[in-house]
Design a protein around this ligand. Structure first.
Ligand code: ZN
Ligand code: ZN
Length: 409
């Protein structure tokens, strides 16, 4: 890939994604295999005026070996020094930038108990940190670069070099980073969401009714004063940022206790190196009461049964079937991309700013407002080319919001 394009992509992450301000510390997490790009992002962060840039290096091979060979009890602990490291940067108001490139099959064949145990303990220990990011008290952003294994998974019939080149192309296109001025393209992208967002926020639907031929028939109750978010976010300090590059979704939090019916997934869910396929979940008064999957039902079980909150929904997101990512027709095996190809739901924690005043509410107040809490937040796709969505007002009047997968308002 051309250096000038990579430089623009790195700058997109820093200036638009995290929107790094003068004097701010920056923490970048990235793979050792992507060192050149990580260093480019570091440079861009200093160009933006960062006071200091720390790199949290990851290594897929080391991670996999640890999961396969470490002693059982290792997965029951998460070291305090890691928690302190986050605390040190959180207290200084750092911007967190993530560069994702992982092999979708990284943890395939690893004992799911190990993954489940470590996920739970690390999320418990890092709850204060994730509360800050999820309430937009800290800015963060994630984008992706290809790795040979990821490229081979997405394009299994191409020789390695071609597969990587093709994945780069797809990533940059999806990320609107293949043009002259990606940062300007993203400003425009943000503005395009405004009208629909304002419409939905003004309407304050009581329920959304999702149906399609795949078998989804789901009523999603909405909390009072819910807020639709899309085309980026705004930090508590008023500074705009884009948590996800790409992003094509309009989303909010459902009322955790008012979801009823059945949802059938329209795409497989790639979760920590395992692919859950052909799955469906039935909800009663918000709670997942029944579920099944053709492959890896055990992994789906681990997600849903992680804690009480993981039985409930924390996100409902609308994506048009004509979104550039959907039109590419590529399964990326990476939620960052796949969630932008299709309307989706998430099991687990909701973003507090999806209800008015949510970012200043405590856990109890959020729960009372119908906003779900969990250690998990796992997106799964259920949008299809024939998806229909009807918004139902408190007085029962209906508004068609989506027909044949396209926005109808
Ligand atoms: Zn989403
Ligand atoms: Zn999500």
């Amino acid at each position: 890939m051309e250096q000038s394009i990579l430089k623009k992509y790195a700058e997109l992450l820093v200036f638009a994604g995290g929107n790094v301000q003068k004097g701010q510390p920056v923490v970048i997490s990235g793979n050792v295999a992507d060192a050149d790009f990580v260093r480019m992002v570091q440079d861009a962060a200093y160009d933006a005026g960062a006071s200091d840039v720390s790199i949290d290096w990851q290594d897929d091979t080391v991670t996999r070996t640890t999961y396969l060979r470490a002693a059982d009890h290792i997965f029951e602990m998460y070291p305090d020094w890691r928690v302190d490291r986050f605390k040190f940067y959180d207290e200084r108001g750092a911007v967190y930038l993530h560069i994702s490139s992982s092999d979708p099959d990284l943890l395939a064949g690893v004992n799911p108990e190990r993954i489940k145990t470590l996920t739970k303990v690390s999320r418990q220990k890092l709850k204060p940190h994730s509360a800050l990011t999820m309430s937009n008290a800290l800015r963060w952003s994630v984008l992706a670069v290809p790795s040979p294994k990821w490229a081979a998974k997405v394009f299994p019939n191409l020789p390695q070099e071609q597969a990587i080149a093709k994945l780069w192309q797809a990533i940059l296109k999806a990320a609107r980073a293949d043009g002259e001025n990606p940062i300007a393209a993203w400003q425009k992208h943000r503005e395009n969401f405004t009208e629909r967002k304002n419409f939905l926020n003004a309407k304050q639907f009581d329920k959304l009714h999702f149906t399609n031929k795949l078998g989804t028939d789901l009523l999603v109750g909405m909390p009072k004063n819910h807020v639709w978010v899309g085309g980026g976010d705004v930090g508590k300090d008023g500074i705009p940022f884009f948590p996800n590059i790409p992003t094509e979704e309009l989303f909010t939090a459902p009322n955790r206790n008012a979801v009823n019916g059945k949802v059938v997934a329209s795409m497989p869910l790639s979760y920590q190196g395992n692919l859950i396929t052909d799955f469906a979940i039935t909800f009663k008064d918000g709670r997942a009461v029944e579920y099944s999957a053709k492959n890896n039902e055990e992994i789906l079980k681990n997600i849903i049964e992680m804690d009480d909150g993981s039985h409930y929904l924390g996100e409902v997101a609308l994506v048009a079937n004509s979104s550039p990512i959907s039109q590419m027709g590529i399964l990326f095996y990476n939620t960052l991309f796949d969630e932008n190809a299709s309307s989706h739901l998430a099991l687990g924690k909701a973003y507090p700013d999806c209800v008015q005043g949510g970012s200043t509410m405590n856990d109890e107040e959020l729960l009372k407002a119908g906003i779900n809490d969990s250690l998990m937040h796992v997106d799964f796709m259920f949008g299809t080319a024939d998806m229909q969505i009807v918004g139902i007002a408190t007085d029962g009047t209906e508004t068609l919001l989506m027909q044949n997968g396209e926005f109808a308002f």
